[in-house]
Design a protein around this ligand. Structure first.
Ligand SMILES: Nc1nc2c(ncn2[C@@H]2O[C@H](COP(=O)(O)OP(=O)(O)O)[C@@H](O)[C@H]2O)c(=O)[nH]1
Ligand SMILES: [Mg+2]
Length: 450
């Protein structure tokens, strides 16, 4: 994929203006770039911040702080130069151009972190955590990513893998001395050892559904007939006046979305146009068809009924349309006198009031429960990434097969083969043995400069 032998350069700070902007250079020519860019004769002292003029095209263009990290003690494990200049896109581009003239090339997305992985500074789980940490929108997402960056998951996988390594060594030894049969591992104890490891994996995976909700968030569509209070609920959950609220039916015509932190999960709320069968206006009809599209892609539908008015056919149509998927049914405007008793709907209805706030905490909990089958997300899940979860659960399957084979006293080589497969899957998680296309898919999602 990327060539790791040359020197790369990129702006590491986000596009736009800021107090400080950082240019990163990594690779064998980082030192040469430093002396070409810095207006100073003496070489930079390792890991010391040095204030100096920086040059482009022979003239000084800014005063910047340069820090040189010699290999292997740097983010990438290579010679690395960080130039903190003033955060002007014009300046930063000029510095990048100077670096290119001095022998660097523009970095590809994720290439700095890829090099850190390639040089063993971090494993693949940690590299993915870097991306997750940068992209986190809720504190819980950031905490889960930071745990992984710190190596919590990596350590647990290593422990599991060394137990498997030790076991396969004994299985191999038995294979080398076939006359002795299960000499080095007694089949009963082999299967018990394997099942203990399966138990470890299962406990990691127990939380993976919740972890996935934390990492990826979810889409929740708010649906209901006109004037039922969808936009008011949307604003209440979003804590903003993002959606227009009026008592004129058909105010919301397009989808309005907002990412909201609900118990640590990044929930994309979608407010939709009121659903009713009698819409004649072309714009309203388009809004309704978008609302249905949002309903179909949502992870959860919130059906809003108006308790202050009798249920109508539009309500019943919506209840029928959302019947088969995950949904929460709300009886809104419960601050007003009710036009229908909550039991008469024939389904579970949560009484809320968007204007008074009644039932909104229960609604937040209901959303999390519907999405994760847990009532709280509070503590940080160990596994959050679907790629990891899938590989770990395949490893557990392979080990269950191995345990069964050992139990049934099948030849050791079959047991050894399944244990070997489980190890390969664990190594694919940490990146010790990961196909190149998977690596490419992971790192190409990074931003440039990361
Ligand atoms: N009393 C009361 N009025 C509400 C409540 N929720 C919404 N409304 C009012 O109902 C009208 C329609 O609300 P809106 O959020 O625009 O409904 P939408 O068409 O479903 O988006 C507005 O006048 C709101 O102030 C509620 O819980 N209680
Ligand atoms: Mg609305």
């Amino acid at each position: 994929m990327y060539s790791p032998d040359d020197t790369i350069v990129a702006i590491a700070t986000p596009p736009g203006r800021g107090g400080v902007g950082v240019v990163r250079v990594s690779g064998p020519s980082a030192r040469a770039v430093a002396s070409a860019v810095a207006e100073r004769a003496a070489p930079l002292e390792p890991r010391h911040a040095t204030l100096t003029h920086v040059r482009a095209g022979g003239t000084a263009i800014d005063r910047a702080v340069l820090t040189f990290f010699p290999a292997p003690h740097s983010y990438t494990g290579e010679d690395l130069l960080e130039i903190s200049a003033h955060g002007s896109p014009v300046l930063l581009r000029a510095i990048v151009d100077s670096a290119v003239k001095a022998g660097a090339r523009l970095a590809e997305p994720g290439e700095f972190t890829f090099r850190a992985y390639l040089h063993g500074r971090i494993d693949l789980v940690q590299a993915e955590a870097v991306q997750d940490l940068v992209e986190a929108v809720t504190p819980l997402q950031a905490r889960a990513a930071f745990d992984q960056l710190e190596g919590t998951l990596t350590c647990r996988i290593h422990e599991i893998d060394s137990a498997l390594f030790e076991l396969s060594a004994r299985l191999e030894a038995s294979l080398d001395f076939p006359d002795e049969g299960y000499h080095f591992v007694e089949p009963g104890s082999a299967s018990k050892e394997i099942l203990d490891i399966v138990h470890e994996l299962d406990s990691l995976l127990a939380d993976a559904g919740r972890g996935r909700l934390v990492r990826e968030g979810a889409q929740v569509a708010i649906l209901g007939r006109p004037n039922s209070g969808k936009s008011s609920l949307f604003n209440r959950l979003a804590g903003s006046g993002r959606a227009i609220v009026t008592d004129i039916p058909g105010t919301t015509r397009d989808l309005v979305t907002e990412v909201v932190d609900i118990d640590g999960a990044a929930i994309t709320l979608v407010d939709t146009a009121g659903l009713h069968g009698a819409a004649t206006d072309a714009v309203e009809q388009e809004g309704i068809s978008r609302a249905h599209a949002a309903r179909r892609v949502a992870d959860l539908a919130i059906v809003v009924l108006d308790r202050s008015r009798p249920l109508e056919e539009d309500d019943r149509d919506l209840l029928a349309a959302t019947k088969s998927g995950p949904r929460l049914i709300l009886g809104n405007k419960s601050d007003l006198s009710e036009a229908w008793p909550i039991e008469s709907a024939g389904v579970g209805v949560l009484a809320v009031s968007a204007t008074s706030g009644r039932g909104i905490d229960a609604l937040r909990r209901g959303i999390i429960t519907a999405l994760s089958s847990r009532d709280r997300l509070r503590d940080t899940p160990a596994v959050t990434n679907a790629r990891h979860a899938e590989l770990l659960s395949r490893a557990a399957d392979a080990l269950r097969r191995a345990a069964r084979a050992a139990e049934e006293r099948t030849a050791e080589e079959f047991v050894a083969a399944d244990v070997g497969e489980a190890r390969a899957l664990l190594e694919e998680v940490t990146g010790a043995r990961t196909p190149e296309d998977v690596l490419h898919a992971i790192f190409s999602r990074f931003c440039i400069g990361k």
